[in-house]
Design a protein around this ligand. Structure first.
Ligand SMILES: Nc1nc2c(ncn2[C@@H]2O[C@H](COP(=O)(O)OP(=O)(O)OP(=O)(O)O)[C@@H](O)[C@H]2O)c(=O)[nH]1
Ligand SMILES: [Mg+2]
Length: 359
């Protein structure tokens, strides 16, 4: 689950509608929050399916949660929304860049750079209080801990103290912590600045024709580890998503709006999460999967079926673009391009994987 967050009236709900309309299903909660499941648009998957003659195509699904403002100003921060953000895998942080007199900005003016900073410092404040509370608890536990237990508590104190100094210096934890052991140790605390972020600048309708240039500019300023950057004119995209593809295409060409940014944005979200996509064809089903970059193929196989992990023999692997160029698996074999990989092979972005196993 990825949470859509941001200041009040940044356009969170408009982003949610733009990303989910026509691409998935959604349901509303009692407090105005929404949950939606989006199928990740994937041109490579469509092509692979037709190459394989697959009748069933299963896209990767992303679950999005449209939240109320989790921080002020301008809105009473919602503790429920904050809790939902703490439990999410990543944050889609909507930043208002559109001008509109009739929709007042809670801080009185439209200033995306200020809002990014304001939001980051709210995340930092949240994390400081989480860290302080945890340190106080360990302190109490340590007083009566047996020598055998002290070690792990002391290591946790060291890690949390280090996190506290990062946060106090104003550095979000996501851009500093990469050690898998440390990330695991911190995973239960709901530290918000540790979550991967997609910064999504919600731009004016009249900027869509130069969206790519605007995006490049924001990216040069804000892209950092576990932080991706994109732009979208959310209200416009939400409206276009309600139209038939033909009508939408007509409006897009009038607005010189380029293609729908939805696929691009969802893929950037996967990038922020450090996920790679791989593909399988089993029977008549062609399917896209995601796993964290670096996942050994034997574990990736376990995502498909536990038998495949237990009885893993080897995997036949080819990059999807290479396979699409060659036109068929048979042709790839003839060119010796179907590689054989063992258990520990780290899955690469775009791999087409055939797992050989016995049970
Ligand atoms: N012109 C313009 N208006 C927008 C855009 N995105 C959102 N709005 C408008 O701004 C207002 C607030 O948008 P919402 O999507 O409700 O914002 P929100 O962040 O969900 O607001 P809260 O949930 O109340 O915090 C609505 O009137 C939207 O129609 C945009 O890209 N352009
Ligand atoms: Mg909303």
């Amino acid at each position: 689950m990825d949470a859509i967050v941001g200041l009040a009236a940044a356009g969170k709900t408009a982003v949610f509608r733009a990303l989910t309309s026509g691409h998935g299903s959604s349901a509303s909660g009692s407090r105005g929050e929404h949950v939606g499941v989006v199928k990740l648009p994937d041109e490579r998957l469509t092509k692979l399916a037709s190459l394989a003659g697959a009748r069933k195509v299963t896209q990767h699904e992303v679950t999005l949660h449209d939240l109320l403002a989790i921080v002020g100003p301008g809105a009473a921060p919602s503790p429920d929304a904050r809790e939902a953000a703490a439990q999410s895998d990543a944050l889609v942080q909507v930043v208002r860049a559109f001008q509109r007199e009739d929709v007042p900005h809670p801080l009185g003016s439209v200033d995306p750079d200020r809002d990014v900073k304001a939001f980051e410092s709210e995340l930092a404040l949240n994390d400081l209080s989480v860290i302080e509370r945890r340190l106080e608890r360990i302190d109490i536990v340590l007083r009566s801990a047996r020598p055998a237990e002290r070690d792990s508590h002391e290591r946790e104190v060291e890690l949390l103290t280090r996190c506290r100094s990062y946060v106090e210096e104003g550095t979000p934890l996501r851009s500093l912590l990469t050690d898998p052991g440390e990330l695991k140790a911190l995973s239960g605390f709901g530290l918000l600045s540790l979550k991967p972020v997609l910064l999504l600048f919600n731009i004016d309708e009249n900027e869509v024709a130069r969206a790519a240039a605007v995006e490049a500019e924001y990216r040069s300023r804000y892209q950092s580890p576990s932080t991706e950057v994109a732009v979208m004119s959310a209200k416009l995209e939400a409206e276009l998503a309600e139209l038939s593809p033909e009508e939408a295409a007509e409006f897009r060409s009038e607005l010189v709006a380029g293609e729908s940014p939805v696929g691009h944005i969802l893929h950037l979200l996967q990038d922020a999460l450090g996920l790679v996509t791989f593909y399988t064809t089993v029977g008549d089903e062609c399917r896209a999967w995601t796993v964290p970059a670096g996942t050994p193929v034997v574990q990736a196989a376990g995502r498909i079926h536990t038998d495949m992990e237990r009885g893993f023999i080897r995997a036949e692997v080819i990059n999807c673009n290479r396979l699409l160029d060659l036109g068929s698996v048979a042709e790839a074999k003839r060119h010796g391009e179907l590689r054989t990989e063992g258990k520990q092979y780290p899955v690469q972005e775009g791999d087409v994987i055939h797992v050989l196993f016995h049970v």
